[in-house]
Design a protein around this ligand. Structure first.
Ligand code: ADP
Length: 319
C-alpha cells in the first residue's frame, strides 16, 4: 500500500487572452476540477495500480464533498481531518501562451497536524511507501516521514512547490527526493549556498549533476525531473536500489502534449506506485513507468483529472 499525505484543492481555472493587470477586469473561459499536489499524486498512485490511502484535511463544505466522492470513484482510502476552515482552493489564470498566475487558499490544508498524522501511525507504518509534498504544514509532513522512516517504509519527499521552505531534518528523513529543476536549484541554494540556475540543470554534465545530488541527499536517491528532457537519477553508492549504475538519465516520451499541469504529480505518483508494487524490480523500471505515465498525463487537460489509468499506459507504450 502507498500512503500519500498532502493537500486537496478545488482548482478554479480561467483561460484568458492575457493575464489580468492590477485593476483590470477580463473575461475568460472557466473550468473547475480537483487539484492540490497531495490529491493529484494520490489519484496517480491509485490509477497506476497501487492500493492507496490519502491523509489530508478538508472543510465541511462542497469542496470536501467533492474530495470524498472522487476518492470513492478511484478507490482511494480517504483519511480526512474535518476542519472548520474552507476546503483548499486555487485560483488559476492561464494566458494564450500557456503562462499562468496562481493564488492558493490553503484553508483546511493548513489544519493538517502531527497529532492527526500520529492517529494514522498504524497505516503509515504498515505501508510499503509514504509520499509527501510541501503544500501541507511542515511539522505534519515531517511526522509522516519520521513514522515511515522508523518503520522501514520507503519515505519519498517531493519538495514542491519550489517556494516552500524545507527544514534540514525533512531531507534527513527522506529515502528519496524528486525535485524539478527549479526545486533542485532552490534546495542547493538554501542548503548548500550553491548558485545553480534552474535552466542550466538539464544541460549540466552528468558527473557534476550526480555530485550535486550527492551533496543534497548523501544517504538517499534523487530524481531530478527535467520536463520534456526527462529526468536524472542519482543513488548513494551504498544503495543502488537494484540499478547497475549510481547515476543515469531517462529520456521523456514524445507525445502530443496539450497541458503539462500536474506532470510532476503524475510522475511522483506513478514512480512511488511502481516502487511499492514491484519492490524487487530495479529502480530504473519504476522510473521508466513514471516517465511513460507522466507523458500520457500531458495529453489531457487538468490536474487530478488528467491522470491516466495503468491500462492506458500499457495500451499506449506496452508493458
Ligand atoms: P513539474 O511538473 O513538477 O515541473 P516536470 O516538468 O519536470 O515536473 O515534469 C515531470 C515529468 O513529466 C518529466 O520528468 C517527464 O517525464 C514528464 N514530462 C513533462 N513534460 C513533458 C512533455 N512535454 N512531454 C513528455 N513528458 C513530459
Amino acid at each position: 500500500r502507498v500512503v500519500v499525505v498532502g493537500s486537496f484543492n478545488v482548482d478554479h481555472v480561467w483561460t484568458c487572452a492575457c493575464l489580468p493587470r492590477p485593476g483590470e477586469t477580463l473575461a475568460g473561459e472557466y473550468h473547475t476540477g480537483p487539484g492540490g499536489k497531495g490529491f493529484n499524486q494520490a489519484t496517480a498512485t491509485a490509477r497506476a495500480g497501487a492500493a492507496t490511502s490519502f491523509v489530508c484535511a478538508l472543510g465541511d463544505d462542497i469542496g470536501g464533498q467533492l474530495a470524498r466522492a472522487l476518492a470513492v470513484a478511484d478507490g482511494i482510502d480517504l483519511r480526512d481531518l474535518r476542519s472548520d476552515a474552507p476546503t483548499g482552493t486555487a485560483g488559476i489564470y492561464v494566458d494564450a501562451q500557456g503562462r499562468n498566475s496562481i493564488v492558493i487558499g490553503p484553508g483546511a490544508n493548513a489544519a493538517l497536524s502531527p497529532a492527526f498524522v500520529e492517529a494514522q501511525r498504524a497505516l503509515l507504518a504498515g505501508a510499503a511507501a509514504v509520499l509527501v509534498q510541501l503544500e501541507s504544514p511542515g511539522d505534519a509532513i515531517a511526522h509522516a516521514l519520521r513514522i515511515a522512516h522508523e518503520a522501514g517504509a520507503l519515505a519519498v519527499l517531493n519538495p514542491a512547490p519550489a517556494n516552500a521552505t524545507v527544514a534540514g531534518d525533512l531531507l534527513a528523513l527522506a529515502a528519496a527526493i524528486t525535485p524539478n529543476e527549479t526545486e533542485f536549484s532552490g534546495l542547493l541554494a538554501r542548503h548548500h549556498s550553491e548558485d545553480i540556475a534552474a535552466d542550466s540543470v538539464a544541460g549540466m554534465d552528468d558527473a557534476r549533476l550526480h555530485a550535486l545530488c550527492r551533496r543534497l541527499l548523501p544517504h538517499g536517491s534523487v530524481v531530478v525531473t527535467l520536463g520534456a528532457a526527462g529526468c536524472f537519477v542519482s543513488h548513494a553508492a551504498s544503495l543502488l536500489r537494484g540499478d547497475t549504475h549510481p547515476h543515469y538519465r531517462v529520456a521523456a516520451q514524445r507525445v502530443r502534449t496539450i497541458d503539462t499541469t500536474g506532470a510532476g504529480d503524475a510522475f511522483n505518483g506513478a514512480l512511488v506506485a511502481a516502487l511499492a508494487t514491484a519492490a524487487s524490480r530495479p529502480f530504473a523500471d519504476a522510473v521508466g513507468f513514471a516517465t511513460r505515465y507522466a507523458a500520457l498525463s500531458t495529453e489531457h487537460a487538468g490536474a487530478a483529472a488528467s491522470m491516466p489509468q495503468r491500462a492506458d499506459v500499457v495500451a499506449r507504450f506496452g508493458a
